[in-house]
Design a protein around this ligand. Sequence first.
Ligand SMILES: [Zn+2]
Length: 280
Amino acid sequence: MPELPEVEVLVRHLAPRLVGKRIEGVRVLHPKLLRPNTPSELAQALVGRVFESVSRRAKYLLFHLTPDGSSKCLFVGHLGMTGRMFLQPRDSQLPRHTGVILDLSNEAFVFEDPRRFGRLQLDTTSLSTLGPEPWDDKLTPKWLIDRFLGCRQSIKVKLLDQTVVAGIGNIYASEILHRSRISPVHPSGTLNLHQCSQLHQSIQSILTEAILTGTRIPLDFARGIEGLFYFGTDSATTGYEERFSVYGRLGMPCLQCGTSIQKIVQSARSTYYCPTCQLG
Ligand SMILES: [Zn+2]
């Protein structure tokens, strides 16, 4: 499942390929992917408009179109669990689970999503409740302490709350806590300022490193799911494998102390941690 770093890598890939391109047509094969908007609403808003920029907010892709008179236009993409967005020649065969196609001059922007939890929509209400980005000045150890105040929820589960920090998902939550040396079951309301400071630093460093990794390896966004995400990618085909410290490493030695990595389930999601390093 794509998290913030994967979306950031995709934005950096798409931006130079989309900016300046004009949308000539919109084809919707799976209207569910546009909810709450309809295919005609999307076509009316997009056709004839030109991409001005592509950016990211949390796990959302923001597509900004050049203003048409006084009306600005923004549409929002989300990859859900299995979504892919890429450009291909306009006459190439579409992948099996294609949901939406934006026709550009010689190319087509394709949104494919086999499980259809992703979105391409004009509605931006999902952005309104998001907390600060990991690198936002607003995000400080004090901000974290204030958000955690009186909260009995475990810190692992709390890190997935998008109103606290936007963009952290299940994989990087485990990694962040391991680097912070904080137990995933620690009640978030009892973390002290030093621990919140460790957490703040780890949030930034883990996500920065993941983005750097993703921009340095060859990705094939049009090839299929195996060419897309760098985590868990088959090293035989890409020559690369992302090295997590704890995620997916059940029973393997901790890279810091050699203790076997443990796995627990919290809110129906897997958490990996080192019982020796993460006592706090
Ligand atoms: Zn350890």
